[in-house]
Design a protein around this ligand. Structure first.
Ligand code: GDP
Length: 298
């Protein structure tokens, strides 16, 4: 299944019907909007988000007959497109980095299996290609395989991985990693923290401790797009408990519905920075709300 395939199919059908009608009545437009609403709900977009989205679309559609040059069908399509872009945050958000002469500390957080360790390495590669000198720090001491995985993926990209095995506390490792980066004139430290099966107090406490100990600049949450509403709930929870600056949505390549991509910005208020589009280290793409909307509407 391709990204957004099923949502895209449904919306394209609605619009095809609209276009084929020629002259449209108000009832036709109403019926089409109802189908748009159903398609979004089936795509696992948050109920609250769908409600607000439909309200905006309807308000604009009612006042839209003043616009020139478009028939009602085209108008509805244009409005839905623009509102989808707005829903996803309108603009592309870049990760805020300090000037190259300073160290930016990025903390990667997320639940186990979300793709955090893979994404951490992917992000380091992206920053390296932008001319930064990143250090990957293996702070997931609970899953020894995670340390090894980070080392392998760092090596593949010529990126140094800092590890102290699994006997030190994550806070100590994070501190030592930042010191190491300083002494080597590196300018980004990316902390791969532990992923647990569930959001629990202990996990959150540990993340807060790391955040304070090394003055984390950017906390980035990695969530699995295929988990739909769960991804949305996890984002809200992490943002409430530790504060996040942005989200990376993984496994979008296998997500035919798109509910998480469409809901996260509106529910937790934080931007999607990148999307994971596959298992390869190069499969990380910047998030463009307008391109996503085009992909959905075809
Ligand atoms: P972690 O437990 O959160 O650290 O997860 P991992 O980084 O170990 O990833 C879990 C699985 O998801 C691995 O098999 C990854 O290859 C896979 N994965 C991660 N990101 C993506 C993605 O964007 N697309 C696909 N298809 N698979 C991904």
């Amino acid at each position: 299944k391709m990204a957004f395939e099923s949502l895209s199919d449904k919306l394209q059908n609605v619009f095809k019907n609209l276009r084929s009608k020629g002259r449209l009545t108000e009832a036709d437009v109403k019926a089409a909007l109802k189908e748009v609403k159903m398609a979004l709900l089936e795509a696992d977009v948050s109920f609250k988000v769908v409600k607000q989205f439909m309200k905006s679309v309807q308000e604009r559609a009612v006042g839209a007959d003043v616009m020139t040059g478009l028939n009602p069908g085209q108008m509805v399509i244009k409005i839905v497109n623009e509102e989808l872009v707005a829903l996803m945050g309108s603009e592309t958000t870049e990760i805020a980095l300090r000037p190259a002469g300073e160290i930016t500390v990025i903390m990667m957080v997320g639940l186990q299996g979300a793709g955090k360790t893979t994404t951490t390495a992917k992000l380091a590669g992206k920053l390296k290609s932008k001319g930064r000198v990143p250090l990957l720090a293996a702070c997931d001491v609970y899953r020894p395989a995670a340390i090894q995985q980070l080392q392998i993926n760092g090596e593949k990209q010529g990126i140094e991985v800092f590890s102290m095995g699994d006997k030190q506390s994550p806070v100590n490792i994070a501190r030592a990693a930042v010191e190491h980066a300083k002494s080597r004139n590196m300018n980004v430290v990316i902390l791969d923290t532990a992923g647990r099966l569930h959001v629990d107090e202990e996990m959150m406490d540990e993340l807060v401790q790391i955040k304070e100990a090394v003055h984390v600049d950017q906390t980035i949450l990695v969530v699995d797009a295929m988990t739909g509403q769960d991804a949305v709930n996890v984002s809200e929870m992490f943002n409430e408990k530790i504060g996040i600056d942005g989200v990376i949505l993984t496994k979008l390549d296998g997500d035919s519905r798109g509910g998480a991509a469409l809901s996260i910005r509106a529910t937790c208020g934080k931007p999607i920075l990148y999307v994971g589009m596959g298992e390869k280290l190069s499969d990380l793409e910047q998030f463009y709300p307008d391109r996503m909307a085009s992909r959905i509407l075809g």
